[in-house]
Design a protein around this ligand. Structure first.
Ligand SMILES: C[S@@+](CC[C@H](N)C(=O)[O-])C[C@H]1O[C@@H](n2cnc3c(N)ncnc32)[C@H](O)[C@@H]1O
Length: 211
């Protein structure tokens, strides 16, 4: 595992500017260059983590559990460079779009499931995934990470984006982030944390490994 970009993610000149890019069918109107599609860090917390040089430990080809896939903006890039990618989303409308995103990506498996109820997809998701990517932007973000710990290999990584306002609109984001990282410590050792400005306001990104 390394802090380099994973195989299958490159910095390429797309539409006149160097950008992160993966190879796959375009999904959200992103500019393309041949088979490469730009990965917009302002539309993707994981994209911002890579753009900011965080050590995601992705090398390419990993088994991934992605929580909060929405209509597939970020998970489509993940499935472009990773191995089997299980994409959990509980809202039916974005999950429908996710199905079309998966049509050209044989390694992407959309699951219309609630990430707070991992027992409902435990029969589908193989145990020992190499990475959990979480971006649920809802109250109880630490709990979701704790409850899905069971799927993560002992040497795997949690790549978590925490949105402060989803926990409490009124509280100072720094206080929310402290509370969440304290809660995570029950199951995870934190390796890196940083805020995602200028790409995403009031978001904390965390890289952690299981204890
Ligand atoms: C910020 S959006 C995700 C954006 C997406 N990760 C991306 O970068 O393309 C958060 C998504 O998480 C979903 N979500 C929130 N709580 C969830 C839960 N408990 N189970 C599954 N999905 C959930 C929401 O429906 C929403 O689509």
């Amino acid at each position: 595992m390394s802090s380099e970009l994973p195989a299958g993610v490159e910095r390429r000149v797309v539409d006149g500017r160097e950008r992160l890019a993966t190879r796959g069918e375009p999904v959200y109107g992103e500019p393309t260059d041949g088979e490469w599609r730009a990965w917009n860090p302002a539309r993707s917390k994981l994209g911002a983590m890579l753009e900011l040089g965080m050590e995601t430990a992705f090398e390419g080809g990993e088994r991934v559990l992605y929580l909060g896939a929405a209509s597939g903006t970020t998970v489509s890039h993940v499935a472009d460079f990773a191995g089997p990618t299980y994409a959990v989303e509980f809202a039916p409308r974005p999950a429908r779009d996710l199905l079309s995103v998966a049509a050209s990506r044989p390694r992407l498996f959309p699951l219309l499931k609630d990430a707070r109820r991992p027992e409902t997809y435990a029969h589908v998701v193989e145990a020992g995934v190499d990475a959990i990517v979480q971006d649920v932007a809802t109250r109880g973000q630490a709990r979701v990470a704790l409850e899905n710990r069971r799927f993560l290999a002992d040497d795997g990584r949690l790549l978590l984006a925490v949105k402060a306002r989803s926990e409490d609109v009124a509280r100072e984001p720094a206080a929310v982030f402290e509370e969440i990282t304290d809660e995570l410590a029950a199951e995870y050792a934190l390796l890196e944390r940083r805020r995602l400005e200028p790409y995403h306001a009031d978001h904390l990104a965390v890289v952690a490994e299981p204890r």
